[in-house]
Write a protein that binds this ligand. Structure first.
Ligand SMILES: Nc1ncnc2c1ncn2[C@@H]1O[C@H](COP(=O)(O)OP(=O)(O)OP(=O)(O)O)[C@@H](O)[C@H]1O
Length: 643
């Protein structure tokens, strides 16, 4: 379930690809700092000498001193061992002083690289500003610097300490190496063997984690859209798959961590055990008591701590450094566009109605911005089942047509003590009818459309669409019953055709052409490069986005269309043409009217007036409702005046 490639659009690898990419710049970086490396080597040689001296002096303090009856010499050698241990402090100081000569230029270089890349991407990239630049500049650069410093310290320390200790063991007695080296090298080999698979597992875990986070962010931004389109369950299933995948990746990683711990155990503890077990054999080959103690000192004091630190650092810091360096220094992320591949998958639909969904700029959580072509798209609603027949259905009870929309004594309050926005509202809309809803701002028009759409449950009463109660109905079932087009019309990055056919993926070319013609979209579609032309939401005007959303609704197979001020950015002529096309479509149309013309066009008008409601033909309502008269007067005088 995890992505087939990493988020850079490259195939997932086990780290060798990244290593190949990083190696040349790393070599150049080190080649330019030969002086620092030389000084580090000098301090490291002192460290090797120190490691050598500690075991050597302990062995001689016994063999030549205390066991030989010469306490003075014994103490002398112990003083040498103490001096060697105390030498550690100036050596560390010297090493750290040189280390800055490597880590600080590395950090400066990485920051420069990250800035250059972000600037280039912001200027050229289709996705606009690079969202991850801040992370690269701060967190990732610091991780690289710290990991690099840790690696240089431990790798260098291990090499020189091991060299000093092994030389010391050899000088005490070659047989000691025969006992100590096999478990030491065996553990080390096992550890090295885990490096590549562990790096791969780490990448997979990272990718799975990112995919999950990405999916959650996109789903959150698209919540309203998902609810309106009924794709919630599919998104939830995809989320569950991603969680399962992330868990599997973490388990695989934990498995390799266990192998690594075993390697550490073998290399870190077995040599001591082997030495203890082999004492009689070693004594038989002339290994003295002092040499044995010296060997233990080498193991416990120098070799094993250095090995332990190396394994821990190489395992964690090494993998981290590789991943982070590859992100900053490696090739720039591919320009990922939805539908970029030969087989354009359906792009994610943007959030409907949420102003936070990035419609007003590219920096928001806009899932219309380029998304990976292969991974983690929110699924399309798929081909909905055939809609219930809108015009022919009959109620079983009395032989009358089943109402397309029916509200029975519906009350809605947004809080327990809040005044109801709608109070005991009854309404019946016949199949195929065109109803306009009007009323002043904040009176409850959107609340009504949400109740009918099933995205809001009434406090009391019942809302039915095509005879079915909508409250509590699963989202995918609601999708089959109605399509809600809100004021904020969202379109997604993808082809024009994909945008139009989103609610009806099986729509043929003829259907799409008919919709384009009926809504008067020919010139807009032609300007966007035809049905196969790709569009970017932020390059469209709000009115153009509304036209595309209306065309999508026109193609929707749902028998009921709910337009909640969905034409507010259109000019009167475009609005008229779109509404007439939607009204001609088989099915019922409910429009929250934005202009008088819109109300006049409808078969009936519902005027919401506080908790009162008046419903009837335009002329009837004009006669019965003072509020409607006021509104029409305002519309006639004001900027909304239409046809
Ligand atoms: N989620 C909510 N929580 C609490 N109150 C809400 C909520 N949504 C709407 N309201 C309140 O309910 C009332 C009706 O709101 P609604 O959005 O349905 O009105 P409207 O007629 O569509 O307004 P407009 O024409 O300005 O869009 C308003 O007073 C509004 O403040």
């Amino acid at each position: 379930m995890s992505r087939s490639g990493d988020d850079r659009g490259q195939p997932a690898d086990d780290g060798s690809g990244a290593l190949r990419r990083i190696a040349p710049p790393a070599r150049r970086f080190l080649a330019r700092r030969r002086g620092v490396l030389g000084r580090l080597a000098v301090w490291s040689l002192v460290e090797a000498g120190q490691a050598f001296l500690v075991g050597y002096s302990v062995a001689h303090s016994l063999d030549r001193g205390f066991l030989a009856g010469d306490t003075r010499e014994g103490l002398l050698w112990l003083a040498v061992a103490l001096g060697a241990v105390l030498l550690g402090t100036p050596v560390s100081r010297g090493v750290f002083a040189q280390l800055a000569g490597l880590t600080e230029p590395l950090r400066d270089g990485l920051v420069r690289r990250a800035v250059d890349r972000s600037m280039a991407q912001a200027l050229d990239g289709p996705g606009g500003a690079d969202q991850s630049a801040v992370s690269r500049l701060t967190n990732q650069v610091e991780i690289a610097r710290d990991s690099f410093a840790g690696l240089v310290l431990t790798l260098r320390s291990f090499l020189f300490t091991a060299a000093g200790a092994l030389l010391g063991l050899l000088s005490l007695h070659p047989a000691l190496l025969v006992v100590i080296l096999p478990p030491l090298l065996g553990g080390l080999a096992l550890f090295l063997a885990t490096l590549r698979p562990m790096a791969a597992a780490q990448r997979r875990a990272l990718a799975a984690d990112e995919a999950l986070g990405d999916h959650a962010a996109r789903a959150r931004a698209a919540l309203r859209d998902l609810t309106a389109c009924g794709t919630g369950p599919q998104v939830a299933r995809r989320g569950a798959d991603l969680v399962a995948g992330a868990a599997a990746a973490s388990r695989a990683l934990a498995g390799w961590a266990a192998v690594r711990t075993m390697a550490l155990g073998i290399a870190g503890h077995l040599p001591v055990l082997a030495l203890l077990v082999a004492v009689p054999w070693l004594r038989g080959r002339g290994v003295t008591t002092g040499a044995l103690l010296g060997a233990f000192t080498y193991l416990v004091q120098s070799l094993l701590p250095a090995l332990h630190t190396l394994m821990t650092a190489l395992g964690a810091a090494g993998a981290r450094l590789l991943v982070v360096l590859d992100r900053i220094v490696g090739p720039a992320p591919a320009a990922i566009t939805a539908c970029a591949g030969p087989e354009p998958a359906r792009p994610a639909l943007t959030a409907v109605g949420s102003p936070t969904a990035g419609d007003h700029g590219r920096r928001g959580a806009d899932i219309t911005s380029p998304v990976p072509a292969t991974a983690d798209r929110l699924p399309s609603p798929g081909v909905p089942d055939p809609p219930p027949p809108a015009r022919r259905s009959r109620s079983c009870a009395d032989g009358r047509p089943t109402a397309a929309v029916e509200l029975r004594s519906v009350t809605l309050s947004y809080g327990v003590r809040a005044r109801p926005v709608l109070d005991s509202l009854d309404l019946s809309v016949a199949p195929g009818e065109h109803l306009a809803v009007v009323g002043p701002s904040g009176i409850g028009k959107s609340t009504l459309t949400r109740l009918i759409a099933g995205t809001l449950a009434p406090s009391s009463g019942e809302v039915r669409v095509a005879g079915r109660e909508v409250a509590g109905r699963a989202a995918h079932e609601l999708t089959r019953l109605r399509t809600l087009v809100p004021q904020e019309a969202y379109v997604f990055s993808g082809t024009v055709g994909d945008n139009l056919a989103y609610l009806r993926p099986d729509a043929g070319r003829t259907d799409l052409d008919a919709t384009v013609r009926d809504l008067g979209l020919r010139s807009l579609v032609a300007r966007l490069g035809g049905l196969d032309g790709s569009l970017r939401p932020d390059e469209l005007s709000p009115g153009e986005r509304q036209l595309l959303a209306l065309a999508r609704a026109h193609l929707s197979p749902a028998p009921l269309l709910l337009l909640d001020e969905a034409t507010c950015h259109l000019d009167p002529a475009s609005e008229a043409r779109a509404e007439e096309a939607l009204a001609r479509r088989p099915g019922t149309l409910l429009v929250v009217a934005h202009r008088l013309s819109s109300a006049v066009r409808a078969d009936r008008v519902l005027v919401l007036d506080g908790v009162e409601a008046v419903c009837g033909r335009h002329e009837e309502v004009l006669a019965r409702s003072p509020l409607y008269r006021d509104l029409t007067g305002h519309w006639n005088d004001g900027p909304h005046q239409g046809a």
